[in-house]
Design a protein around this ligand. Structure first.
Ligand code: UD1
Length: 371
């Protein structure tokens, strides 16, 4: 009897995390051991936030697409919960109850799928468990806490995750430090990304530009905070050209606040829509510095050894600050300028790669699931 898994994806970072897991589960080594149903909730639906990753990462297409779309947190989470419950209730394709629902990361789809499974008495494996920013104003923090509470198998990417889960009273036999699946994808794709240098296409020279990403509600939803950040970006662009793929959420807020035009007019800032995985990895891996509020990019820059100035005052991924290349800047414009100065003058810390961020985390997860 195969191990029956329902694997859930929904929003951009999920695809990069799930792709190596599916590849490992389908590897010959585990021939026939797993039966997989891949469910896409449709939390992200624009091609550049969803479809493109299936193509680029060579991931199999979803078996079920729920097409839930955007909405308030309550509405989106509720619709996903309802949709996933009805799929799980039908049972596994070969019959019977699923052995595990596998969820990754901390988006609304992760939370909703975990709740649906928990209420049906299906075991939950949470990949990227235990991360805590200790900041409940972040929707992702709530998602992480609740998902871990109802999960049975806690698959952790860095030691702080283990510490947090033990502190929360979780049994050590349920916690497995397996490494970082997002880095699995990076390792798998890096050579291909290097083959398609895209910097010139965006008007900048390899190694002589910064990459900006910005999409956290705490940074973009408040007009004053967003306007201040835009002013700082324009300021630092006089020291180094900046490439800025704009997330749809940020795009809307910039437009609504009437400040997109300021970025457009800045001669050293190159704006574009969201990029696919390969062009984006090509951009980041050839950049001098990354300025971001993304969780995943803190990790990717640490692996790549590229300085990462993180526009957040806390992080659920402390290893990226402790031994990696990230510095928490918060919204401190002076600290951003001085850190950028350090980067440009070769004074910035070098950082090193955390243990188990080696391209093989998904294989370890597959092995854990067989036990
Ligand atoms: C979500 C995740 C966040 C993750 C991010 C990556 C939650 C709570 N947040 O944030 O953790 O870092 O994805 O991108 O799950 N939109 C589009 N096209 C799409 C999807 C969304 O234009 O395909 C627009 C919609 O106007 C939507 C807004 O973006 O209202 C925000 O989308 P949503 O999925 O709610 O949150 P993200 O900000 O993308």
């Amino acid at each position: 009897m195969p191990i029956r898994l329902a694997c859930i994806v929904g929003a951009r970072p999920n695809f990069m995390k799930m792709a190596p897991i599916i590849r490992a589960l389908e590897n010959n080594e585990f021939d026939g051991e797993f039966e997989i149903l891949l469910i896409h909730t449709g939390q992200h639906y624009d091609s550049n936030l969803s479809n493109i990753f299936f193509t680029e990462l060579g991931m199999r297409r979803p078996d079920v697409s729920l097409e839930i779309g955007s909405g308030s947190h309550g509405m989106q989470t509720a619709r996903i919960l309802e949709g996933i419950e009805s799929v799980l209730l039908k049972g596994a394709p070969s019959g019977g109850k699923y052995d595990y629902v596998v969820v990754v990361g901390d988006v609304n789809s992760t939370l909703a799928a975990a709740l649906a499974a928990a209420k049906l008495g299906i075991r939950i494996a949470h990949v990227e468990a235990g991360l805590r920013s200790f900041d409940k104003s972040m929707p992702e923090e709530i998602n992480r806490m609740v998902t871990d509470t109802v999960s049975d198998l806690l698959l952790v990417s860095e030691p702080a995750g283990v510490t947090n889960l033990v502190r929360e009273g979780r049994a050590s036999e349920d916690i497995k430090l397996v490494g970082n699946v997002m880095i699995d994808t990076l390792v798998h794709m890096l050579d291909q990304a290097k083959d398609i240098v895209v910097a010139e296409q965006f008007g900048v020279k390899p190694n002589h530009y910064g990459v900006i990403t910005l999409h956290r509600p705490s940074n973009v939803d408040d007009v004053k905070i967003l306007a201040d950040l835009v002013a700082v970006l324009i300021d630092i662009s006089s020291h180094i050209p900046l490439v800025f793929p704009v997330h749809p959420r940020t795009e809307q807020k910039l437009e609504q606040a009437g400040i997109r035009v300021k970025l457009e007019k800045a001669p050293n800032i190159h704006l574009m829509g969201p990029l696919g995985y390969l062009p984006f990895l090509s951009l980041t891996s050839n950049s001098r510095v990354i300025v971001t509020d993304s969780g995943g990019l803190q990790e990717e820059s640490t692996f790549l050894g590229i300085p990462c100035l993180t526009l957040r005052s806390n992080t659920e991924r402390p290893i990226t600050v402790e031994i990696g290349t990230s510095t928490l800047i918060g919204s401190n414009a002076d600290l951003l300028r001085s850190s950028l100065h350090d980067v440009l003058h070769g004074k910035y810390k070098l950082g090193r790669c955390p243990e188990l961020w080696d391209g093989h985390a998904a294989e370890r997860i597959a092995t854990v699931l067989t036990n």
